[in-house]
Design a protein around this ligand. Structure first.
Ligand SMILES: [Zn+2]
Length: 521
């Protein structure tokens, strides 16, 4: 089996993405996740670039890595000075990592137009910097910036830039498609040329500007590269970086390469969700392997076929990446889809069992009332549990009251008061919130946290309201969809009512019940 080293750049390149800003604590959480996953290298930014990065390097010192190597990232020395006089080089050294990534120019156009120095001086800058860190006993990765664009315009110079790094003792050279515009066949051919020329480890670093970062990374591996750089969920500036959550299963499950332990890849989906969560971005439902819909079957015939044999419409089984097969619930999905869902709770029930009939009848009734379970499977699971007698109420609502204050003076314009009963105890709580639903959610959770502390882990991610029959004006029904997460899973619940607070309340109750049932399992 071919060993491929994974080099994660989420903390550095990923942090360049629009709308993403990691705190020092966020970075620490990500580092721990990556280390546990078995990622080979974690690139942690440039200590010289800002105080936040420096603070991170300080706090990471106390963490003991199990598998990963932390990498400090910086550029070659500036033109026309001695390497030891360069402040950035000294700050790279000061953070005391065993490995360092140095990026340098490979494209003659960039050397002349952007760096404004001579081609010869740039080669010396690469050589001097790599040599300096090698003498300090560091493992050095040389990132050849704009390598593919440079190669296409001036192959001889691009190769000379690599040679400068190799001659100075670089442990690996990484070919970067910095602008993300190179096509897979060019990536393959150029990687091969580099491997023919140099006997060192070759890496690949792709950006996704043509939508081919994953394909390009894989082509490079097929040509012989053994180090792949990328970010989790593909986050990064512009269109993002090569997505490691796609590359890892592709290489490991499809091409038989060895990347991370089997137990780790089986946790990939929850890690991907966790990273979206920390990055404060909505997790992509359609992401290959780790998206919520990656193994969701809707049309009746597809669902039926998958139930008979999972290979029918699945390229790989969801358990291998820690994801789940889903049959999207709706009348059209048919009996098989419903059965698939029932069997998750009770595997003894058959297609023609009376319970299946009852569930289908209930589904029709609820769909008629405006419920739609395709996007709210978690609520449907609770419906099935109730029919099968596998449901135990975990709390009772006595009553609630919501007050909306107008005009809005600050974000918290509403307050809610709630009384719940758990076992023989009553709990009354109040909370303020941004809108009545937010206030109700906060008060509700506060009341239940005392009995079920695991509720603290969960939070609402998304809240969608849809008016169903708009002809009937104010008596129109609304459908509320609530998406929740506990950092491990994402689930969606639904509520329908003529009253928006009531519809939201139903979805909230399902959301919390689902979490409690899930944790019990
Ligand atoms: Zn990059």
């Amino acid at each position: 089996m071919k060993k491929i080293k994974i080099y994660d750049s989420t903390l550095r390149d990923g942090a360049q993405a629009q709308g993403i800003s990691f705190t020092v604590e966020d970075k620490m959480k990500i580092v721990k996740k990556l280390d546990k996953l078995g990622i080979d290298y974690i690139e942690a930014g440039n200590p010289g670039s800002n105080p936040k990065d420096l603070e991170f390097f300080e706090s990471v010192k106390s963490y003991e890595f199990k598998t990963s190597k932390l990498i400090a990232f910086g550029s070659t020395r500036r033109a026309n000075i001695q390497v030891e006089d360069d402040k950035n080089i000294q700050s790279l050294l000061s953070v005391d990592t065993s490995a360092i990534a140095i990026f340098g120019k490979s494209w003659d156009f960039h050397v002349i137009e952007i760096l404004k120095t001579t081609l010869e001086e740039n080669l010396k800058m690469i050589f001097d910097t790599v040599e300096y860190f090698k003498k300090k006993n560091k493992e050095v990765v040389f990132d050849a910036e704009h390598f593919f664009d440079g190669y296409k315009e001036n192959a001889e110079y691009a190769m000379k830039s690599l040679k400068a790094a190799v001659d100075a003792g670089a442990n690996s050279i990484c070919l970067c498609d910095t602008n993300g515009g190179t096509f897979p066949t060019d990536i393959f051919n150029i990687t091969k040329k580099v491997l023919d020329e140099f006997g060192v480890e070759v890496g690949i670093h792709c950006h996704n500007d043509t939508g081919m970062a994953v394909a390009n990374s894989i082509m490079s591996v097929e040509a012989g590269a053994t180090q792949v750089q990328g970010t989790l969920n593909g986050i990064g500036e512009r269109c993002g970086n090569a997505n490691l959550c796609t590359i890892i299963p592709n290489l490991q499950l499809k091409l038989g390469c060895e990347l991370i332990p089997k137990e780790s890849i089986e946790r990939l989906t929850s890690v991907a969700i966790y990273i979206s969560e920390i990055s404060n971005i909505i997790h992509d439902d359609r992401a290959p392997y780790v998206g919520r819909f990656a193994f969701a079957h809707k049309a009746g015939m597809h669902a039926d076929a998958v139930n008979k044999n999972t290979n029918a419409y699945e390229h790989v089984s969801p358990e291998k990446v820690g994801n789940e097969r889903q049959f999207l619930m709706s009348e059209v999905a048919g009996r098989s889809a419903v059965l698939g869902m029932i069997n998750k709770i009770d595997s003894s029930i058959k297609k023609d069992s009376p319970e299946t009939q009852m569930v289908i009848a209930k589904l029709k009734e609820l769909e008629y009332d405006g419920y739609q379970y395709e996007a709210a499977e978690s609520s449907f699971e609770i419906v099935i549990r109730k029919i099968l007698g596998k449901y135990e109420p975990l709390f009772y609502l006595e009553n609630f009251k919501v007050i909306v204050n107008e005009p809005t003076l600050n974000g918290e314009n509403s307050s809610a008061l709630i009384k719940v009963k758990v076992g023989d105890s009553y709990e009354i709580t109040a909370a303020e919130g941004d809108g009545p639903v937010n206030a109700l959610d906060k008060a509700f959770r506060k009341a239940l946290e005392k009995f079920y502390p695991e509720i603290k882990e969960m939070k609402l991610m998304d809240f969608k309201v849809r008016v169903l029959d708009s002809e009937s004006a104010t008596a129109a029904k609304v459908r509320v969809l609530i998406e929740s997460t506990d950092g491990e899973d994402i689930w969606t619940t639904i509520g329908v009512s003529t009253d928006i607070i009531d519809a939201s309340w139903k979805a909230l109750v399902d959301s919390i019940e689902y979490k409690l049932i899930k944790d019990k399992k």
